[in-house]
Design a protein around this ligand. Structure first.
Ligand SMILES: Nc1nc2c(ncn2[C@@H]2O[C@H](COP(=O)(O)OP(=O)(O)OP(=O)(O)O)[C@@H](O)[C@H]2O)c(=O)[nH]1
Length: 124
């Protein structure tokens, strides 16, 4: 599974490296760059090679007072129809969900990554 900082997407070359899942890390307090994150995420979501690849979107830095909420991040990223965080049937869909977290506070990271790993096991 690849973990992608939203401004490092250029390193991804699905044609060269097999990718089983993507963790897309967004800085939820960096309002100025949220549109950039959306553009990068959209570019990945539109890649034919990743059409069935599970995506875990981590909205990081929720401990910071300027961090956007999950609903705000969902709106900025245009991720209105997502898979859900529980057990859901995955036939013929690309699993994708937002999980809010704080890496420094060690909060919320592993629930998202654990579900991503579960999805990778089912989809691949
Ligand atoms: N408050 C808070 N700060 C964090 C968190 N995760 C990382 N940081 C801090 O954010 C600062 C920059 O880290 P990142 O955003 O990961 O770095 P980056 O993506 O290379 O930086 P930019 O490309 O400039 O956004 C560092 O000082 C980190 O300690 C978090 O969960 N909460």
């Amino acid at each position: 599974m690849w973990i992608i900082n939203c401004d490092r997407v250029a390193v991804l070359q699905p044609t060269l490296h097999p990718i089983s899942g993507i963790v897309f890390l967004v800085d939820a307090k960096d309002h100025e760059r949220l549109n950039e994150s959306k553009a990068e995420l959209d570019a990945l979501l539109n890649m034919e090679e990743l059409s069935k690849t599970p995506f875990v979107v981590l909205g990081n830095k929720i401990d910071h007072p300027d961090a956007v909420s999950e609903d705000q991040l969902r709106s900025v990223l245009g991720l209105y129809q997502t898979t859900g965080k529980g057990k859901v049937p995955l036939e013929n869909i690309r699993p994708i969900e937002i999980f809010m977290c704080s890496v420094v506070m060690r909060q919320g990271v592993f629930p998202g990554i654990d579900i991503g790993i579960l999805w990778v096991g089912k989809v691949c």
